[in-house]
Design a protein around this ligand. Structure first.
Ligand SMILES: Cc1cc2nc3c(=O)[nH]c(=O)nc-3n(C[C@H](O)[C@H](O)[C@H](O)COP(=O)(O)O)c2cc1C
Length: 367
């Protein structure tokens, strides 16, 4: 019997050959938002990982929405052309059926930062810093930039920027779009009662706080109707009085009703005060709660790195797909590792074919 990990899944008409996903991972290696040679290598490498779903990385819909000077964007013709180049190359080496998506985002008050390997945290004077924006003028932490609260008319423009980026994503050749409503970036800054203290129709009640993500989803769907649309949500903020699972279920229902086909269930990222209980599979219960509560397919993520652990989550009906981030950096053939574990076929590029028996041997030896 085929392992659950290797059963195909269809989301809004788009079929993925297996349930293994590469989670989005910023590479901080773009040039004014454009994919570089690093992305060419990285996307081609991920294309040969055995994962059926590859969500490349947080991709910002405007320049000031980038976390850092190295973040990827889809706000210019150059960005679109560079993404197309890297994506075309990745497709040429990917097994048939592999699907690629972009994660559309805006960093809001967490923009204008240094790259992680430059120490992270806000850009300093002389480092080409910029004014950040958010739901309210509340900084992420002491010492961080105080954002400017977006005006009503700017919010409408922002929704338009997501739609523009979605059109670019479709032209560049992506199969799906994931909205980044997690990790304390702009969409989540609106969702959280801690970072959103607006008194207009974009703040206050949950219905008002979720208006931005729902309107963005509708606009993106209308702008790129051929692309499947999903979203990543911080289901829990891990701060007293913050956004929590019951809120996430309501958001999931609203997103489902406007055509969002899956929810990747992550958590945290909006406050330095968060009490995040990291450990193996620490967010799986969130994917399970949203799946049951909202009836939407979910993708589980977070310290899932063992094929048998991943298989059990699916077989127990706790999620519909499994995403891995760091494990794919450590082992870009993790999908092969999973296939060899369950004696499923591996689909290598012909240049790599002679390594398949090595992977099978390793997995038998470690069983
Ligand atoms: C290098 C790196 C970059 C990341 N960039 C993103 C990103 O662009 N978008 C996002 O939603 N999450 C991002 N994340 C979070 C991962 O997608 C994932 O949710 C997290 O690492 C937990 O999964 P893991 O235990 O399999 O690594 C990033 C993580 C890493 C390690």
């Amino acid at each position: 019997m085929t392992a659950s990990l290797f059963q195909p899944i269809t989301l809004d008409g788009l079929t993925f050959p297996n349930r293994i996903a590469v989670a989005p991972m910023c590479q901080y290696s773009a040039e004014d938002g454009s994919a570089s040679d690093w992305h060419l290598y990285h996307w081609m490498n991920l294309a040969m990982s055995g994962a059926g779903m590859i969500t490349v990385e947080m991709t910002d819909v405007e320049r000031r929405g980038r976390i850092s000077h190295g973040c990827l964007g889809l706000y210019s013709d150059d960005n679109e052309a560079a993404a197309k180049r890297a994506l075309d190359a990745a497709r040429r080496v990917a097994p048939a059926g592999t699907k690629f998506g972009t994660q559309l985002a805006h960093a809001g008050r967490k923009a204008s930062n240094r790259r992680p390997w430059e120490g992270g945290g806000p850009l300093q004077p002389g480092e080409d810093a910029w004014q950040t924006v958010s739901a309210s003028a509340i900084a992420y932490d002491t010492g961080w930039n105080v954002p400017r609260a977006l005006e009503e008319q700017e919010i409408e423009q922002l929704i338009g920027r997501f739609a523009d980026a979605a059109r670019r994503a479709e032209r560049a050749g992506f199969d799906f779009i994931e909205l980044h409503a997690a990790h304390g970036y702009l969409i989540f800054q609106f969702l959280s009662p801690l970072s959103n203290q607006r008194t207009d129709r974009w703040g206050g009640s949950l219905e008002n706080r979720m208006r931005l993500v729902v309107e963005i989803a509708k606009a993106v769907k209308a702008a790129a109707p051929k692309l499947m649309l999903g979203a990543r949500l911080s289901v829990k903020e891990w701060v007293d009085g913050g956004f929590d699972v019951e809120d996430a279920i309501e958001v999931a229902k609203a997103l489902k009703s406007v055509g969002v086909a899956y929810l990747c269930c992550s958590s945290g990222g909006n406050s330095p005060l968060q009490q995040l209980p990291s450990g193996k599979g620490y967010q799986v219960h969130l994917a399970e709660a949203v799946r049951k509560g909202a009836g939407i397919p979910t993708r589980a993520v977070g310290l899932i790195d063992d094929p048998r652990q991943a298989e059990a989550i699916l077989a127990d009906g706790r999620a519909d797909m499994i995403a891995l981030a760091r494990a794919f950096l450590a082992d870009p053939r993790w999908g092969w590792r999973a296939a060899a574990t369950f004696e499923e076929p591996i689909h290598p590029a012909p240049q790599l074919a002679r390594s398949v028996t090595t992977m099978e041997h390793w997995m038998k030896a470690s069983a």
